[in-house]
Design a protein around this ligand. Structure first.
Ligand code: SOE
Length: 397
């Protein structure tokens, strides 16, 4: 692995493609890693941000301290003074930008899903591996302390063999029919609807916590068929993607699972939920109570049997970067439950990216994880269309 960035303890010189909502979270994260980690070598130099809308790029540049802004993504992927390309554009543009970035010797962090289909995702993963550079897909929830703690509990063997995974990522904002027909509602740029946008996260968590998928049996639904056009709100155009997808899963290790992804389900605000049920215990999590983890241990005395609520604090993976002063006690606990949120989740993802840039070790999640997610999305689509179980094709890579 050749490390371009930081070899002389220089800042990580980054260029960003896409100045939408994600630019805010990515820029905020990169600006804060040094302070949060107290590591001067974790410094990002925000060289250039570009977007097809010049005004958006300019606005974000001013807001977060990007030195320059522009509209041409090649001024990021081909600039010798940039080592890292950060991609947060519509899904169908990821492939071309990534391939150019790798061809020009850059490390890449890319928003999820990696691409609109597994064919292009496979090409991206191959080029990423061949490049010898760091590649990461921003499945940001993996790094969340309650989820990292879940992984730690599973790996400790405390809940035994996993029997079942029940997971969903459900939201309700797109139940508003006046939300216009932006790119996420179109098959070309998005690839899938709720399944690609929020389903990608729960698929990644199912793989992260349980293991590789074997096959799926899915249904896909659309609730709102037409939406106002972005440019001319009095006219309507057809929505081409799913509002709600659900799937049964068989994992390769024999566990079973269910996942649901929806963005028009009243009452669900931003519920990244899972229950991992093992032979000796279970773990439950919901993002709507993101600072809590529920843990059930079958070996508890029967008169105390029940889920316990663990409130996040500095002893949980990653949380020590935040707002839990260490009071020096032997438990190492310090103050618990001061609370963290969405911004902290992104800072943690970027901190993992920094760890990989510094060590040269493969990022988690990397482009192969991104590819696997796209392969599962493709299998879900085929299953829903054929109304049958579908094997997930895993490309050898
Ligand atoms: C919007 O639906 C969105 O911001 C997603 O794009 C994110 O990936 C998810 O984390 C929260 O919701």
């Amino acid at each position: 692995m050749t490390l371009v960035a930081n070899k002389n303890k220089k800042p990580f010189r980054v260029g960003m493609v896409g100045a939408g909502f994600m630019a805010k979270l990515h820029s905020l994260s990169m600006n804060n890693i040094v302070g949060l980690t107290n590591d001067p070598d974790a410094k990002f130099d925000l060289i250039r941000i570009v977007d097809i809308h010049a005004a958006s790029a300019k606005k974000e540049a001013k807001r977060w301290g990007w030195k320059e802004s522009g509209t041409d993504w090649k001024t990021v992927t081909r600039d010798a003074s940039i080592d890292i390309v950060d991609i947060a554009t519509p899904n169908d543009s990821h492939c071309e930008i990534c391939l150019d970035a790798f061809a020009n010797g850059k490390h890449v962090i890319c928003e999820k899903p990696l691409s609109t289909d597994s064919k292009t995702a496979e090409l991206m993963a191959r080029k990423a591996v061949e490049s010898g550079k760091i590649h990461m897909v921003n499945f940001t929830y993996r790094a969340w302390p309650a989820i990292a703690q879940t992984k730690k509990i599973i790996e400790s063997g405390a809940i035994g063999q996993i029997r079942h995974f029940e997971g969903h990522f459900l939201q309700d904002h797109n139940n508003d029919p006046t939300i216009p027909l932006h790119w996420r509602f179109q098959k070309g740029p998005a690839g899938a609807g709720a399944l690609g946008d929020v389903g990608a996260h729960i698929i990644d968590l199912a793989r992260f916590l349980v293991g590789e998928f074997d096959s799926v049996s899915a249904t896909m639904q659309r609730f709102i068929d037409e939406r106002p056009l972005v440019e001319e709100r009095t006219k309507k155009g057809a929505v081409e993607v799913d509002d709600f997808t659900s799937a049964l899963i068989k994992f390769q290790n024999g566990a079973t699972g269910t996942i649901k992804a929806g963005w028009a389900l009243p009452g669900y605000k931003n519920d990244v939920f899972f229950a991992v049920i093992g032979e000796k215990g279970s773990i439950r999590f919901s993002w709507e109570r993101s600072n809590e983890l529920q843990y059930f241990d079958s070996s508890d005395p029967s008169d105390l049997s029940g889920y316990r609520t663990i409130l996040l604090g500095r002893v949980h993976p990653g949380a020590e970067l935040f707002w839990f002063p260490d009071l020096g006690g032997e438990s190492g606990m310090g103050v618990t439950a001061q609370g963290m949120g969405y911004g902290e989740a992104f800072a943690l993802s970027f901190n993992h990216f920094v760890d990989s840039l510094k060590s040269g070790k493969s990022a988690s999640p990397n482009f192969i994880d991104g590819l696997r997610c796209c392969e599962i999305i493709d299998a879900i689509k085929i299953s829903a269309e054929k109304e049958a179980w579908q094997k997930v094709h895993l490309a050898k890579i």
